[in-house]
Design a protein around this ligand. Structure first.
Ligand code: SF4
Length: 725
């Protein structure tokens, strides 16, 4: 029987129909074709289910290569189906579930009694369903009693979340339905390569492209930057780490050339005078000297954005203007301030709070939005409540049936937790759910050392990821098409994930695992193993919070209702935020002066290049899943270092040569991809690969002081040839 659900991977959460595999259909063709919307669906031979795109506002029937091959994950020969315990000789042996859970509970109890509750750490994921993310936060705080919980979204959305909360009083990736973007006459995409990371998204840029208003800021000529060619827009290629200066320059033009929306600024914001003062010395010629972007392009960008946001000469409303940020500008030690500069620009132009313009951030992980709302973040409780807010603690404690003082206070951000593993005062017993930190965390070499220093390390996953391979105990869990639950996509729209296939015997749901461990730990609250029951509790816990889900039910989602949060009981939800007011007490958005800091590492030293990391079309996050899909692995079997031909010539590098990329924390060995699609002072490495190709061996654990976001986009490296092709 066919089941309607959503893709397991990114935050676009494309709608798909899963149906029993039809061998005859698989033989029709072997190569898919793609249009700009990524419309391509082919059954994949050898999988138990076929995936087909389903009409839905975000993907309109399209799936990317990752989506239509996703059923291959379900019967992968590498699937884990038994708990695995590491023996004295270092190898794993299968054990039963009772023994595994007893061991885990004993290790947690032992760590707590010897070193205190904060010696136990819990690490979650933006790939977990809302139910699992909610239950994980409750499990850590009540069953374990630790404040040490955080998740891999810290590496993904934390800067945008901090900036959104600071400016608007709340953070929802896109505070408007994605389809609103269709009519835009101008769209500024900052550090986001949607044509590779979420191809069906490109459909929503057609209006801006047709009007010549698509403006892409990226040091690389990505597939998205290429969409600006032929008169469709502009591609700005700043020096990595200077996005903030570029945004200040565009804002300078807006305020000094009469493009700002003064009535909006007066009516709906605070802080304009201080912002105006801070922009004074960022005139375009100066910004050109910092960023390398020609002053004329900076002016042209400001005018195109303003013209999209204004009525035309006849007084008719034009299609509108959208400013969208991605990881390219957010994953910096000044990521919060850079995102704030983008929000400031949008407010100066009067974009947020309009039904045909706006600012948004493009969430990356599948449940990157919902997973940061329901309590697995170190500083938050369910409903996107602050853990330090006494009223929030009282409300959540009431739902959990405990006293507020039984809920620990704020923990530490992910990178701080990972850098302290096994050290005095740090975490000594770690539980990881659905996250491959040995590949995805910054300074991955130091993280792997920390994992090896732990007293006890448990991983719940469905593959033996590079992180699981370091564990003492591995618990095999269900994956996307085997479980029920909800996800919240990049629009803040809550979606149903449905069980489409029976899980393999031996794998268990994480909800069940948490319930069983909580029972063994004598937790002071109940933990259900049923997703629907957990969602009902989540509804009550979130009621009254910024991310209020109390009016949403599985029944209404199953009936096809749209559900954007906040969705208080009795309401119809909130597709568009900020139409009347922003979420600060006075209803106004904040214009916050920010300035360009020095790059985190000494760039442009003699012989050094700036390493930028990012994603490929074929792979998702650490690649733990997509590297195990044959079609994707065949298309992109390894990482390659993008090098400009001029740089390559200077280094004596030819396409395909084996290179050593050397940073201050380690080195990797990688083949060269010589391309004009990158700046001569910059090299690019995808972060989906482990071991000798692991980009994060090179990146730094330095973090943004406001968000805890590490620096992934600006690392000083040197390159030398190890072997000619
Ligand atoms: Fe859609 Fe993202 Fe899945 Fe691709 S990976 S099919 S863009 S949800």
């Amino acid at each position: 029987m066919a089941v309607d659900t959503h893709c397991p991977y990114c935050a676009l959460q494309c709608a798909m129909r899963l149906a029993p595999h039809e061998p005859a259909a698989a033989s029709v063709a072997t190569e898919p074709t793609y249009d700009d919307g990524g419309r391509a669906q082919l059954p994949v031979a050898g999988t138990p289910l076929d995936a087909a795109g389903r009409d839905f506002p975000t993907n309109r029937g399209g799936l990317c290569r990752k989506g239509w091959t996703s059923p291959a994950l379900l019967d992968s020969p590498e699937r884990l189906t038994e708990p695995l315990l590491r023996g004295g000789d270092g190898s794993f042996r299968p054990i039963g579930w009772d023994e595994a859970l007893d061991l885990a509970a004993k290790a947690i109890r032992s760590s707590r009694s010897l070193h205190g509750p904060d010696s136990v750490g819990v690490f979650g994921s933006g790939g977990l369903t809302n139910e699992k993310a909610y239950q994980l936060g409750k499990f850590a705080r009540l069953a374990v009693g630790t404040s040490r919980i955080d998740y891999n979204g810290r590496f993904c959305m934390s800067s945008a979340a901090a900036a959104g909360n600071r400016a608007f009083g709340v953070d929802r990736g896109l505070p408007f339905p994605l389809a609103d973007l269709d009519q835009a006459h101008a769209a500024l995409l900052l550090g986001s390569n949607v044509a590779d990371t979420m191809p069906p998204f490109v459909q929503h840029l057609q209006g801006a492209r047709a009007a010549g208003g698509l403006i892409v800021v990226d040091p690389r000529r990505t597939a998205t930057a290429a969409l600006t060619e032929g008169g469709a827009g502009l591609h700005l290629q700043p020096t990595p780490g200077t996005d903030l200066a570029l945004l200040l320059g565009i804002a300078h033009v807006v305020v000094h050339e009469g493009l700002a929306d003064q009535s909006f600024i007066r009516a709906r914001t605070t802080g304009f005078e201080a912002l105006l003062h801070s922009l004074n010395h960022w005139w375009p010629a100066r910004v050109q000297s910092v960023t390398g972007v020609p002053a004329e392009l900076i002016r042209e960008t400001a005018h195109r954005l303003a013209s999209g946001a204004r009525p035309d000469a006849g007084g008719q409303a034009t299609g509108g203007t959208y400013i969208l940020t991605g990881r390219g500008v957010e994953q910096h030690t000044d990521g919060t301030d850079t995102t704030t500069a983008a929000i400031n620009l949008s407010l100066l132009l009067g974009l947020p709070g309009s039904s045909h313009s706006g600012y948004g951030t493009l969430t990356g992980q599948g449940n990157g939005q919902g997973a940061r709302e329901h309590g697995q973040k170190a500083d938050q409780l369910p409903g996107y409540r602050k853990i330090t807010d006494p009223a929030a603690r009282e409300h959540v404690a009431r739902v959990w049936g405990v006293r507020p003082e039984q809920i620990p206070g704020p923990g530490v951000p992910a990178v701080e937790m990972l850098m302290g593993l096994g050290r005095p005062g740090g975490v000594r017993c770690l539980l990881v759910h659905g996250s491959n930190v040995a590949v995805s965390a910054p300074d991955a070499g130091a993280v792997i050392c920390g994992l090896r220093n732990l007293d006890f390390f448990m991983v719940a996953d469905f593959f033996l990821s590079e992180t699981a391979a370091e564990a003492d105990l591995v618990l095999p869990v269900l994956q996307w098409a085997e479980e029920e639950g909800t996800m919240t996509n990049l629009e803040g729209r809550v979606l149903r994930r449905r069980r489409s296939i029976d899980p393999p015997a031996g794998a268990r749901s994480e909800l069940w695992i948490m319930a069983e461990l909580a029972r063994r730990l004598d937790a002071p609250s109940s933990f259900s193993a049923d997703a629907g029951t957990v969602f009902e509790e989540l509804r009550r816990a979130s009621a009254g919070g910024p991310a209020d889900y109390s009016g949403i039910s599985y029944g209404m989602l199953d009936a096809g209702a749209e559900a954007y949060w906040p969705f208080p009981a009795g309401s119809v939800g909130t597709p568009r935020l900020f139409l009347d007011r922003f979420a600060h007490d006075d209803g106004r958005a904040r214009l916050v002066p920010v300035s360009q800091a020095a790059p985190p590492e000494a760039l442009n030293e003699s012989g050094s290049l700036t390493l930028v990391t990012g994603r490929l079309l074929e792979h998702y996050q650490s690649g733990a899943q997509t590297r195990r899909v044959a079609e994707l692995a065949a298309a992109q079997p390894e990482a390659r270092l993008q090098v400009h031909p001029v740089t390559a010539q200077g280094l004596g590098v030819a396409d395909g040569d084996l290179l050593e990329v050397i940073g201050s924390r380690g080195s990797v060995r990688i083949r060269a991809d010589v391309t004009i699609g990158i700046r001569p002072d910059t090299v690019f490495l995808p972060f989906h690969f482990p071991g000798e190709q692991s980009a994060n061996i090179l990146t730094s654990a330095a973090t943004d002081p406001l968000s805890g976001m590490p620096e992934f986009k600006s690392t000083a490296v040197r390159v030398r040839v190890l072997a000619k092709a």
